[in-house]
Design a protein around this ligand. Structure first.
Ligand code: ACO
Length: 312
């Protein structure tokens, strides 16, 4: 019992914030940001643009690509860390904005930057029991909501955006969501967390040290579990948190840099939207081709970490 990908869509807000824009409002330089992170620009949502608005646009684009309507979807799972409202879930708001006329389940998962893999993990479990025919997974974030422009060590790192994938139940276990693994360690709470006044509290160097071992560890685990090696993987799309973390992880795993898809220069860290946005970018630009195997490892606040294997 498995799944296959039948449509995808993404959305990036119109406003682009470049490193040079940050130079004008805080004590930083393009050179520092590029050298330490690989980031050059990121998209920021408009003030009145909500997480649900962005998710809905990405979802509609995925539905159009798949030739489906929202009523054809049997479940919506949204990975997000930045919803403006405590309730209802963004998933339910998306159903409303898309004009769903039938009853179907929708819910959010919170796994910070690993949220998208937590969403895939849930979907894989539902497909394995053939409980639902079509599941839409959305990764969406408005990280700009959390940014403190007086804190240069975090303000430059994040961006906004949304991506959606629609999977359909399939009898093949070699397509769609092939495998997932997710983990969490609550002892590392202090390393990276939100504050009650919606700010990002991060020990950058400690988070960095964890990331360069946890992401490749999860990638290796899932390859071993699936009985494959780096040679079988067409693209590795690591969570786009920092170019140096991506390069270090790739070299630990023995992946050639040509197999690594990087969007951190264009999107910065979009947390739970990062993997799906990068995948959509790769497919939009003909970099990722139908039938290819994608390995996506991620880590984030919690700490949480994990990996997924998807054949597109
Ligand atoms: N511009 C210029 N200088 C800066 C900036 C900036 N934007 N930010 C920090 N600095 C300075 C610091 O003040 C410090 O100066 P000092 O030496 O005079 O004290 C110096 O640069 C070095 O600071 P470090 O924090 O040690 O720099 P580092 O090389 O570790 O890079 C970074 C910082 C980019 C944050 C890195 O640690 C990192 O990427 N960590 C991982 C972050 C991450 O992946 N977070 C995941 C978030 S996922 C989620 O779930 C939300």
């Amino acid at each position: 019992m498995g799944s296959r990908l039948v449509g995808y869509g993404s959305y990036l807000p119109e406003k682009i914030m470049t490193n040079q824009d940050f130079e004008k409002i805080m004590d930083t330089t393009d050179e520092w940001i590029v050298q330490r992170t690989g980031m050059r620009e990121r998209h920021f949502a408009a003030e009145n643009e909500t997480v649900a608005d962005m998710a809905t646009i990405a979802a509609q684009r995925a539905l159009t690509a798949a030739g489906l309507t929202v009523d054809d979807i049997d479940m919506v799972i949204v990975a997000t860390t930045s919803p403006e409202l405590d309730f209802p879930s963004v998933g339910v708001q998306v159903l409303g904005q898309l004009g769903a006329t039938r009853d179907q389940p929708a819910f959010d998962v919170r796994g910070a930057c690993t949220g998208y893999i937590y969403g895939l993990h849930c979907a894989r479990a539902f497909f394995s029991t053939a409980m639902h025919r079509r599941i839409m997974i959305i990764g969406v974030e408005k990280m700009s909501r959390f940014l403190d422009m007086n804190d240069r060590s975090t303000a430059v790192l994040f961006g906004d955006g949304a991506g959606a994938l629609i999977f359909e139940h399939s009898t093949s276990s070699y397509s769609g969501i092939i495998d997932t693994v997710v983990m969490a360690d609550g002892k590392c709470f202090d390393m990276l967390h939100g504050s009650p006044d919606h700010k990002i509290i991060m020990n950058g160097p400690e988070t960095y040290k964890k990331a360069v071992t946890l992401m490749p560890g999860a990638a290796q685990y899932i390859m071993d579990h699936a009985g494959i090696t780096a040679e079988n993987v067409d693209w590795i799309i690591p969570h786009q948190a920092n170019l140096r973390i991506i390069q270090s992880g790739a070299s630990r795993l023995g992946f050639p840099l040509e197999k690594i898809l990087v969007t951190v220069d264009k999107h910065a860290n979009t947390s739970g939207a990062s993997g799906v946005l990068a995948m959509a970018y790769g497919m939009d630009n003909g970099i990722i081709k139908q039938g290819q195997l994608i390995l996506y490892p991620a880590f984030g606040s919690g700490l949480t970490w994990g990996a997924s294997l998807i054949r597109v």
